[in-house]
Structures are given as C-alpha cells and as structure tokens.
Design a protein around this ligand. Structure first.
Ligand SMILES: *Cc1c(COP(=O)(O)O)cnc(C)c1O
Length: 387
C-alpha cells in the first residue's frame, strides 16, 4: 500500500504542517477524504476555489482550453489572456493588466512599477515603499521585506532594502514616515488577512489615499486575498471609496489554478515597457480561461448574496458563547474565540467542517456561492465547537 502521509513526510520539504486529512475529491462546498468522509469547505484552499470544488462552469472552461492549447509563452498572442485583461479592465476602470502566477509575484511587479515611476519622475533615490505593520505580502525575499511582521524575517537577512513599516490605522505616523523617506509607494490590504482578518479603518484608508495622491506616491492595494468578490465588492478597495494607482490580486482569481494579476491605472499603465518585466507562465491560457469563468460571474447579484451571507455569519457568531469578537468583511471572517483557535479548527475538522486560522483567530473563507443550508450547517458546527 502506498502510504501517502509517510511518503509526503519523507520526500516533501518540511515547510507545511499538514492536517492528517487526505482530500481526494469534491463538489462545490463539499470535499471528501479517502475514507469517504464528508467535509464542508469553509477555507477554499485559502480563498482560492471561489466557486467551490469542481464547479461545472469553471471545469468546462478549463477543460475546453486545455484541449486547445495549454501553454505558448508570452512570445505569442492567446485569446484567454486578452479576454481576461479586457474583462478585468472593463469591470474596474483600470487600463492595463500584467499577469503572473501568484500573489507574491503580483506584488513584486507592483513594487517595480512604483519604483520605476518615482525614479523616472523624482530621482533614483526615490525607492522607499511604506507598508503596514502586521501586513502580509508574500514569501519572496522582496515581498517578505514588504511584510510587516518581524517573525517572518528572522534568519533571512539581509532583506531587500527600502521598506518601512507604519502602524496600521495611524495616519499621522504613516505620513511622517512617508515624508521623512524618499517614498515611491504605499502598500496596504483593505482587510489584513494573514494578520488576523482586520479591516483597515475607513478614515485611515481615505486619508492615506488622499495623501498619496497629493504627493504623487503610488498607492498599491494588495488584493491578493480580498479581491475577486471576497469582501462583498469586486475588489476590497471598493468598500472605501478610493481609487488606488495599482491593484494586485491572485488567490480567488483563477478559481483554483495559479494566476496573479496587476491592475494599472492610467497614471502608471505605461511605466513598464518592453523587457522591464516578464513571466514564462504568466497569462497562461488555461489559467486565464478559469479566471474568466470566475470574474464573469462576480456580478451585483452574487455580491449582494455574499454580503447577506456575511451578515448571517456575524449575526450568528457575534454574541455566541465562546466568541470574543468577529471581524472581517464579506465572506472573509475572523473569529476570536475564548478557546485557542487551533483547538476549534481541530474539533470542527473532526465534525466535518474545514476552517482556517489567522494569527490567534479562526478564519472563514467559504466559497462565494456556498448554499445557505451548508453555510448554516457549518456555522452550527462551529458554534458547537467553541466551548
Ligand atoms: C496570500 C497572500 C499573498 C501571497 O500570495 P502567494 O500566491 O502565496 O504568493 C500576498 N498578499 C496577501 C494579502 C495574501 O493574502
């Protein structure tokens, strides 16, 4: 017998502490392990499978493209890449899109845009990027440097220079740091996901956006987790009545295939020219076909449904015994539980509900279209696991 757990432990690098569950298939918000045990998926592979597992429209779009051509490199034109870029621009008002393969790569590209814009316009010493404490921007060395959590940095020095971390929701400090340094860009998450599902204060976001605009500093919203309908709007920044210069996204965009995107406003659409940036896999036609089937379906009807389900979760959990607080937006929710979050997640898993953690919270990122009966069942299970 092939022992998957032992083989994985022996041959796969030790970077993941996996749960003792082997998922073999699923449909929508349900997943099944190798013994046929049923799970309600409240984590979507960390906000990735936006319409659930093996979703009919998504699978059809992906398989159709797979049978035509799976990869060409960026030396040639392919239809899904052009169609997806058009769709994203038409739905958001952004002017151009760069495609990569992950959230970290999208942020790398955004940082390059901010630096090139500032260095061309203001001088080569304008390279500082202000990010927020408790943020998460990725695992490459530069996005790790952007990430405002020291424990990720330990023993990986020297980091990429030019990143300064400001206290979230403290506009005066951010402003001071941005003016003290020769600042090229500011990066924020509308809701700090890995940091504990904490939405930024609306006033802070607005003041920061105005300040960036007045000082010709590139405002980048990292929508890797908050993007693509997750917060109840197409992109998280749309909850704040601001227009960032650059938006990065990934996770839910591809519905389960690796793709990241950088949306560029008119101000920066031509900053990167031939040879300034690239990616072998970026804009892969199969990934783009999957992403089209996701983005096409994120309309006002779906988004209002996301917001309704969000309200339901808040109503059910906010005053539940064993809950200290509920934070988040849309179907991106953090629950501070009296019991350690890890224990709640473990108990839910035993009862057939898969949840995530973020810092000391239980985190929920269910499919955007999770049926109400399954959502109710999952929330009831969570409630029964809090004490
Ligand atoms: C997950 C995440 C990233 C990193 O994305 P990868 O695809 O893992 O590189 C970056 N920023 C935010 C806000 C994220 O949630």
């Amino acid at each position: 017998m092939f022992d998957i757990k032992e083989t994985d432990k022996k041959y796969v690098a030790n970077t993941y502490n996996r749960f003792p569950v082997e998922i073999v298939e699923g449909k929508g918000a349900l997943m099944y392990d190798k013994d046929g045990k049923r799970y309600i998926d409240m984590g979507t592979g960390i906000g990735v499978t936006a319409f659930g597992i093996n979703d009919d429209k998504w699978t059809e779009a992906v398989c159709d493209q797979l049978k035509k051509v799976q990869h060409t490199s960026n030396l040639y034109y392919t239809e899904p890449c052009a169609r997806l870029a058009k769709l994203l621009c038409e739905k958001t008002g952004y002017k151009k899109v760069f495609f990569g393969n992950s959230g970290a790569e999208a942020n790398e590209c955004a940082i390059k845009i901010a630096r090139k814009y500032a260095q061309e316009k203001k001088g080569e010493d304008y390279y500082t990027i202000i990010t927020l404490k408790n943020s998460f921007h990725g695992r490459t060395l530069t996005t790790l440097s952007a990430t405002g959590q020291d424990h990720f940095h330990k023993l990986f020095n020297p980091l990429t220079p030019g990143f300064v971390h400001a206290e979230a929701n403290n506009f005066e400090e951010l402003k001071k740091l941005a003016l003290e340094n020769k600042t090229a860009g500011i990066i924020m998450e509308a809701v700090q996901g890995e940091g504990g599902v904490n939405p930024l204060d609306a006033d802070f976001v607005k003041k920061t956006a105005e300040f960036a605009k007045e000082n010709d500093i590139i405002l980048i919203m990292d929508e890797v987790q908050t993007g693509n309908g997750r917060t109840g709007k197409l992109y998280g920044y749309m909850n704040f009545d601001i227009i960032p210069d650059v938006v990065t996204t990934a996770k839910g965009l591809g519905g389960g295939l690796p793709i990241g995107a950088v949306l560029m406003s008119e101000k920066v659409e031509n900053v990167l020219g031939f040879g300034d940036h690239g990616s072998t896999f970026g804009g892969n036609p199969v990934c783009c076909a999957g992403a089209i089937s996701v983005i096409e379906r994120i309309d006002e009807e779906l988004l209002s449904d996301v917001r309704k389900k969000s309200e339901y979760i808040f109503d059910e959990l906010q005053n539940a015994d064993g809950v200290e607080s509920v934070t988040g937006m849309g179907l991106m929710i953090g629950i501070k539980t009296k019991k350690p979050a890890g224990e709640v997640v473990k108990e839910c898993m035993e009862k057939g509900v898969l949840c995530l953690t973020a810092k000391d919270k239980v985190r929920l990122l269910p499919p955007l279209n999770i049926p109400m009966d399954l959502l109710k069942e999952a929330i009831d299970t969570i409630k029964s696991s809090l004490e």
